[in-house]
Design a binder for this molecule. Structure first.
Ligand SMILES: [Zn+2]
Length: 250
C-alpha cells in the first residue's frame, strides 16, 4: 500500500478488526450494486469512499428531478443523464482509485447470473420483486452473499442472504409464488433519510462480508420503523420447501 493509500484509509487501518490486512481485502473486492437510486446512491458512495477495488453499478434509468429528494449520488446538473454515469462521476470526485463499471441496462436473469458470478458480494438496491428474485436466484446459484435492502414510506428493512453459510435465501422469506404488493417509491412516497440509513447499512454489511469481520445479518431481518425510530431484529429460518435454495425445482 503506498503512502497516499495509507493516509486515505488510515481511519480504517486504525481499527483493530480491519488494519492493513482488512483494507487490502476491501481494495481487492469486486462488489456488484444493482440499482443506482435511493439505496444504491449511499451504498455505492460509502463502498467507494471505503476503497472497494471494483464497483459494478447496474441501472437502466436516467436521473429525474423527483429523484434528487433522496438519491444523493445525483445532482441538478446531471438530470437527464444515465444514473450509473451520474454515480460514476460522484464516485470519481470522492475516490478516483475505484474502478467503476457503469452498466446502463436492465439486466435479465442470464445477464444477472453472469454479473453475480464475477462478484464477491451483491447489493440489491432495486425496488421490484421480479428483479429481487432474479438476483436472489443468481446469488444462490453462484454462492455469492446478497445484501438486500428495501424502503417504502417510513419503513425500511435490511438483511443478508448468505448461501455459503446454509442460511435462508430471499425466497425462503418472500416465496416467489406469493403475490406481494409491488409498491414503488414513485407511487407511495418515501421519507428521504430512510434510504440513506438502509443503504449505508447495506454498505456496512457488504464491507464486513468482504473483510470477514463481525457477525452479518444472515438469518436475521432488521426492520426499521422510521416514524418511531425503532429497529426490530427478527430471526428468519430456512424454508425446507424453498424451490430456490433447496434445489427442489420439481
Ligand atoms: Zn430459499
Amino acid at each position: 500500500m503506498n503512502d497516499e493509500r495509507l493516509l486515505r484509509y488510515s481511519r480504517h487501518i486504525l481499527l483493530d478488526e480491519i488494519g492493513i490486512e482488512g483494507q487490502q481485502k476491501v481494495l481487492a473486492a469486486r462488489v456488484l450494486v444493482i440499482g443506482a437510486g435511493g439505496l444504491g446512491s449511499p451504498a455505492a458512495l460509502y463502498l467507494a469512499a471505503a476503497g472497494v477495488g471494483r464497483l459494478t453499478l447496474v441501472d437502466h434509468d436516467t436521473v429525474d428531478l423527483t429523484n434528487l429528494q433522496r438519491q444523493i449520488a445525483h445532482t441538478v446538473a446531471r438530470v437527464g443523464q444515465r444514473k450509473v454515469e451520474s454515480a460514476r462521476t460522484a464516485i470519481a470526485a470522492i475516490n478516483p482509485d475505484v474502478e467503476v463499471v457503469a452498466l446502463a441496462e436492465r439486466a435479465d436473469a442470464a445477464r444477472l447470473a453472469e454479473l453475480v458470478a464475477q462478484a464477491d458480494v451483491v447489493l440489491d438496491c432495486t425496488d421490484n420483486f421480479a428483479t429481487r428474485h432474479a438476483v436472489n436466484r443468481a446469488c444462490v446459484a453462484h454462492k455469492v452473499p446478497l445484501v438486500s435492502g428495501a424502503v417504502i414510506r417510513f419503513d425500511g428493512q435490511v438483511s443478508v442472504f448468505d448461501p455459503r453459510a446454509g442460511e435462508p435465501c430471499y425466497s425462503c422469506l418472500f416465496p416467489e409464488d406469493q403475490a406481494f404488493e409491488d409498491v414503488a417509491c414513485s407511487t407511495m412516497g418515501v421519507f428521504a433519510p430512510l434510504v440513506g440509513i438502509v443503504g449505508a447499512t447495506q454498505a456496512a454489511e457488504a464491507l464486513k462480508l468482504v473483510m470477514g469481520i463481525g457477525t452479518s445479518l444472515a438469518g436475521r431481518l432488521l426492520l426499521l420503523d422510521g416514524l418511531r425510530m425503532e429497529w426490530t431484529s427478527i430471526r428468519i429460518g430456512r424454508n425446507d420447501a424453498c424451490p430456490v435454495c433447496t434445489g427442489n425445482n420439481s
